[in-house]
Design a protein around this ligand. Sequence first.
Ligand SMILES: [Zn+2]
Length: 216
Amino acid sequence: MTSPPREPRGAGEDVLDVGPAPDVPHPVLGWRTWRLGRRAQRRTDLIAPLAGLPWPSRQAMVAFCASPTHAPPGDRCGCGLYAVADPGRLDWGPSDHEVLGVVALWGQVVEGTRGWRASHGYPRFVVTGPAIAEEQRAALARRYGVPVHRSEVPPRVLAAQLGADRARADALRRGSDAEVATALAAGMPEWRRRWSAGQAAAETACRPRRRGWRRR
Ligand SMILES: [Zn+2]
């Protein structure tokens, strides 16, 4: 059970095929983050932010646990590959090289209050922000064989906005590649507008008070 679950792709799509059809018809689909490597040879690595481990391309990521008493995901352990149902509840680090994505989980899967932990996983799609160059995004898509979309707002901003719009977030999480591409393109102007408005409000709020200053 190591083949990433993939749906058949149509001809002419700008992504490469990952491999044989999965033997798991219904993987759990959840939101998660990865970090992209900064060094030249790591720039197409999807790295687990907490563990610091790169996810392999074209084959399943298999969870590891140092405990000899169980295989991941352990019932009373934190091991396993994580994903959440609500993208608004993702944890973000300080790096502008963090990306948002939906991951397919399968094998052994346990459900918690925020989402899931699983023994096997593979990215379904990735969303990079303005900090990631087009060339790097394309290389990432080629390497992992999954769609890598560009967001005009930082991924953490997008995740927060999707968290406030769960119907749309769930449609994206469960959508086909074509549906995801269409929904992201359709929503982007609105997300960008809201982000700009939020930034303008923050700047207004942070403007130093003029009182006490006198013009000469
Ligand atoms: Zn464990």
